[in-house]
Design a binder for this molecule. Sequence first.
Ligand SMILES: C[S@@+](CC[C@H](N)C(=O)[O-])C[C@H]1O[C@@H](n2cnc3c(N)ncnc32)[C@H](O)[C@@H]1O
Length: 207
Amino acid sequence: MSSQKVAAWSHAEEFVTPTEHVDEATHRGEELGAPAVGNGVGAVLQMLAAATGAKAVMEIGTGAGASGLWLLGGMPADGILTTIDLETEHQRAARDAFAAAGIAHQRTRVIAGRALEVLPRMTDGAYDLVVVDADKEEYPDYLAQATRLLRRGGTLVMTWSDRESDPASRDAETRTLRAVGRSIRDHDEFTVSLLPVGEGLLVAVKR
Ligand SMILES: C[S@@+](CC[C@H](N)C(=O)[O-])C[C@H]1O[C@@H](n2cnc3c(N)ncnc32)[C@H](O)[C@@H]1O
């Protein structure tokens, strides 16, 4: 990649400044071993939530709440973020982050549990936006659940990995991501794009 391209990517990553609350949640996520999305991905999440007027958002992988704060920053004032994480300590950090940012408690549903045990209990077609940032080896199952949960015209976002584009990478997680990418790209029900932001961000709209 040319140095100009690297500089352009780097500039895009820093183009939108995170709030102090996002910064705090990002640092807490690092401490807890739940790395938050970077500024570039966060800004895209916020922009997508705003562009789609997403009132019902499902997030898989709360972490310490940084991505949730980006999403809430773009959602309408009556929008509700449902977010799932299996670690109670991460959830506590996220709840603290939402409270510190002045988010009304009725705007967030922080659900404890394994995503694949919680998601089947959620209503079909009830979500405008589904954001996936958890266990990459479970992405095929998250995709099946997200396809069911999204309304027509709803948007799916999956955080990606920069190893996926490297032919030398053949670990299980990377192979799973490749399979998920192909399956969404070949799926009649989705219009998809892989955005070169962060480690990649797969964005797909359900037709
Ligand atoms: C990369 S961190 C999420 C960071 C968060 N999205 C952010 O940007 O602030 C991944 C999170 O997924 C959670 N997680 C991993 N596997 C999970 C599973 N099977 N079900 C629910 N949560 C899971 C982890 O506990 C961790 O908090």
